[in-house]
Write a protein that binds this ligand. Sequence first.
Ligand code: NAG
Ligand code: NAG
Ligand code: NAG
Ligand code: NAG
Ligand code: NAG
Length: 500
Amino acid sequence: MKLALFFINLIIISNVCSKKIIQSTKPNIVFILIDDLGYNDVGYHGSEIYTPNIDKLAREGVRLENYYVQPICTPTRSQLLSGRYQIHTGLQHSYIRPAQPLCLPTNLPTFADKLREAGYATHAVGKWHLGFYKKECLPTQRGFDSYFGYLTGGEDYWTHHRAGDGLLPNSNHWLGMDLWDNEKVAWEYVGNYSAFVFTEKIQQIVAQHPVEQPFLLYLPFQSVHSPLQVPSSYEERYKNIKNTNRRIYAGMMTCLDEAVGKIVHSLQQAGVWDNTVLIFSTDNGGEVAAGGNNWPLRGWKRSIWEGGMRGVGFVNSRLLPASVQGTVNKQLIHVSDWFPTLVQGVAGSSLDNITLDGFNMWKTISSNTSSPRQELLHNMDPWPNQPKEFNANISAAIRVGHWKLLTGDPGSNNGQWIPVPDSGIIPIHPLKITGKDTWLFNITADPNEYHDLSTSHPEVVEELMAKLKKYYADSVPVQYPSEVEEANPAYHQGVWGPWQ
Ligand SMILES: *[C@@H]1O[C@H](CO)[C@@H](O)[C@H](O)[C@H]1NC(C)=O
Ligand SMILES: *[C@@H]1O[C@H](CO)[C@@H](O)[C@H](O)[C@H]1NC(C)=O
Ligand SMILES: *[C@@H]1O[C@H](CO)[C@@H](O)[C@H](O)[C@H]1NC(C)=O
Ligand SMILES: *[C@@H]1O[C@H](CO)[C@@H](O)[C@H](O)[C@H]1NC(C)=O
Ligand SMILES: *[C@@H]1O[C@H](CO)[C@@H](O)[C@H](O)[C@H]1NC(C)=O
């Protein structure tokens, strides 16, 4: 009898153990998403800004140098979390404003949902910006076991308060607190700089996490989005930078770089670093009016020129084969590709029954094989007209192989090239051609978009226009509701939060 019990116990124990072993073979995933980080704002791209921790991770890992994100915050986050183009979520236009009753459609699974199903603990720390008007939209309802951060698109780094976005004439005065610990307001951090608070939260999660369970850490930092705010000791390191915006921004970047170093250190201390895949990415191009820079690329944040979308990004992991460690990957990769890359490529789960616009890039990244992605719909935004059929007046861009076609208004004031302030570089000015609505570039040969080939290659324009027409026919209508009074924090104890 005793012996039998002993054997049963042994079987139970060995089951638990083998389960643990199976789980711990799945790599941990750390996704660091930086807000408004420009192409020319990291040391390893030649920036004057000091980012030693980021540079080291990039140089030891696989640098993605044909990597794309979306031109603004909500669109990039929506594609990252859902693996779907904006034409399939209704979020084609602009970003989600604090008082709009709008969020990432709740019927779509997120990559956090899928990783949780695969046995992962899932934590998010930082900016959400995928809508919060009802509880079902909150990160804790979208696949994350825990969430610490803010729900809107930007706010004060110390007070964690912000105003409305002014779609309604009076909403500029709607001031509210926006910092959440799961579904509770985190009042105790008023006065603490967000990069420090987030880093401390991340360190706590890592230190308390059981090693045998794989985890997802989704870390969308507030840095380095406006408002330009940083503890003065960081700004003081850049006395050489005369331009005030650029100087503060540089300090913010260095403060963020320190946070990245601390995160890696905490993963090493917890003994999980060797089994971790770290992804570093910007969410869109730099905002030149708020210290960011994308030189030599054309345009900036909010535009479909390269300066708005060509992303800073890399992967660092001890799990990558030595043959690709420390290399540059020039395969076409897009932010919508992370969903299948992480869920299928890294975690080894099935993607049956899920429709995605992204591709699994794990093989491409880990063995430099050619990208399964031959085509990339950057976006198309027919708001507010939404005509029945696509036409060249609609702002859109598509990439097919070397070619990129842009239509409508691409943004960034005709596509200016903006050098770093006081760099001594004479800016190049684009020709203004009134009524122009079509541009074609060979991006491989001409990444800075100097030479429009639309008139010399009409057959390519025609072919790419036909593709845009097809994508348009396959789009869902744009959702962009008016702001509503009920959202005003004055009705909710001075807090931005769900109102429905
Ligand atoms: C918040 O600020 C207070 C006062 O400066 C400090 O004592 C505390 O450690 C800070 N907490 C975090 C998480 O930064
Ligand atoms: C990756 O593959 C491409 C060809 O597809 C090649 O040109 C490039 O040199 C390779 N990179 C490395 C680091 O091996
Ligand atoms: C996919 O759907 C089919 C049919 O509904 C079902 O039998 C199968 O189990 C599903 N696969 C997964 C991985 O959910
Ligand atoms: C073309 O688009 C612009 C905005 O980019 C808009 O103001 C104008 O009304 C549109 N024209 C037509 C004919 O649709
Ligand atoms: C585009 O540029 C690439 C790189 O220079 C070149 O290999 C390719 O032939 C070009 N395509 C065309 C159609 O000119």
